[in-house]
Design a protein around this ligand. Structure first.
Ligand SMILES: [Zn+2]
Length: 467
């Protein structure tokens, strides 16, 4: 398998630390609000990555954190506490907010066929681990106390900007009007490991620590939760591209300072989902969630399909027109798959051959659109029906588009079934005509007519409508 590594900026062969086993980590959501579909694009693509690894024979252990403490509204340790903001907005406690939005996130993931990681750990579960890592960082001289907070000293590192030149992002810190630069910091990129002097009087979650009562900074949690469940060596770490700096940069700084060796080999970053006006954000325009898409009549899996049509390393532009198009294509594809006749014996050697082909195709830096192209190749092939079904079922382990799952008898379901039936009959008639079996072709036309379906041969192909 090959993966683009943000650290080396190259597509590299994927070789895990322990042969055959993959230690995979995903930055989880900050559970103060619903996830918008832009965030969910990352989780969809990370899900495909995990399944592609498994499909290629790797034994994957995947860990995800849930940020329920410590994430301030600016990623650079400043601004309001996100959880507290959510709690105030909804007149609930921080823990109630965390529970509510964790459940909402998990339910969105389930609707999008995103597999739940093997371990999902809330940050508030791991306070002793955070304290231990901070103690070691202080002992080793990588951290210091100032103004009653504990900071990581970025000047102690040989190289801090491991992902390349982040200087433009860097400059934004302290320049924004609503953010005042923390004067306790020795270097402008130093970041908080532990807040003891909370600037929020009503900070609900506080713990005892060797430095006084307080709460952890945001970045420390991913290093600690990762090491707790995956050990000191991580193979692949995922997240949205906006996590690269400062979050992932800080994770690497503190993890490698702690362990004294390289921490994670491959970094997988999913690019933004934009709307037509630019980067999608919660602050402007409509807040796009899975529930909103459902209210508007979209199938969440059609959104997954939309995401899979483009490469994760390219920004994707969202519009309802684009989603409409993807939905139509998805429905057509699914109808085609569902109308494959259940005939013939499954040719296992063919299934194996296509499995290899698909593993290589999608295994080439998670090339989902090429994977879908391969799916159309299967449909077009002259394999028997049951072999086609077996191959598509195998591909769908990775794609997770429910291609062989007939829709429930919902409003759309019956309609889709009818379409599938008619399209199958039209195909059968086409084959009959090709074989010059005009009697059969006419019989099919009459059969459809008896069900109230009129077909018409046009220059663009066969069209059909209800009588
Ligand atoms: Zn993280």
């Amino acid at each position: 398998m090959y993966i683009y590594n943000s650290l080396t900026k190259k597509v590299e062969e994927f070789v895990p630390h322990t042969p055959g086993k993959v230690a995979m980590y995903t930055c989880g959501p900050t559970v103060y609000h619903f996830a918008h579909i832009g965030n969910l694009r990352s989780y969809i693509m990370e899900d495909v990555l995990e399944k592609t690894l498994r499909y290629n024979g790797f034994d994957v252990k995947r860990v995800m954190n849930i940020t329920d403490v410590g994430h301030l509204s600016s990623d650079a340790d400043s601004g309001e506490d996100k959880m507290l903001k959510g709690a105030k907005r909804e007149h609930k406690s921080v823990m109630e907010i965390a529970k509510y939005y964790t459940d909402a996130f998990m339910s969105d993931c389930a609707k999008l066929n995103i597999k739940t990681p093997d371990v999902v750990e809330p940050a508030t579960n791991c306070i002793p681990e955070f304290i231990h890592m901070i103690e070691v960082l202080l002992e080793k001289g990588y951290a210091y106390k100032a103004g009653e907070n504990i900071y990581f000293d970025t000047s102690k590192l040989e190289s801090y900007y491991v992902f390349g030149n982040q200087s433009s992002d860097d400059l934004k810190i302290g320049v924004r009007d609503d953010v005042t630069e923390d004067t306790n910091k020795r270097n402008k990129n130093d970041f908080v490991l532990w807040f003891t002097k909370s600037k929020f009087e009503d900070q609900a979650l506080k713990w005892d620590s060797p430095w006084g009562v307080g709460y952890p900074g945001w970045h420390i949690e991913c290093s600690c939760i990762g090491m707790k469940h995956l050990g000191e060596y991580m193979d692949i770490h995922c997240g949205g591209v906006d996590n690269m700096f400062p979050h992932h940069t800080n994770e690497i700084a503190q993890s490698e300072a702690f362990s004294g060796h390289k921490w994670c080999k491959y970094w997988f970053h999913v690019h933004h989902l934009n709307d037509e006006s630019g980067k999608m954000s919660k602050s402007k325009g409509e807040f796009l969630t899975v529930s909103l898409l459902e209210e508007k009549g979209y199938d969440p899996i059609a959104y997954r399909f939309f995401a899979l049509l483009s490469h994760y390393r390219k920004p994707l532009t969202f519009s309802y027109d684009a989603l409409d198009q993807a939905t139509a294509t998805y429905k057509k594809l699914k109808n085609k798959v569902l109308s494959i006749p259940e005939e013939g014996e499954v040719d296992e050697s063919k299934v194996e051959e296509w499995h290899k082909n698909f593993a290589e195709t999608v295994g080439n830096d998670v090339n989902t659109s090429m994977g879908i192209t391969l799916l159309y190749d299967v449909l077009k092939s002259d394999l028997n029906g049951n072999t086609k079904r077996a191959i598509i079922d195998d591909f769908d382990y990775v794609l997770s588009l429910d291609l062989l799952k007939a829709d429930e008898a919902s409003e759309g379901g019956e309609e889709d079934e009818l379409t599938a039936y008619v399209e199958a009959k039209i195909e059968e008639r086409k084959q009959a005509k090709k074989a010059k079996d005009f009697e059969k072709a006419d019989a099919i036309r009459n059969e459809l007519l008896s069900k109230g379906i009129v077909i018409e041969d046009t220059r663009e192909g066969v069209k059909w409508k209800r009588q």
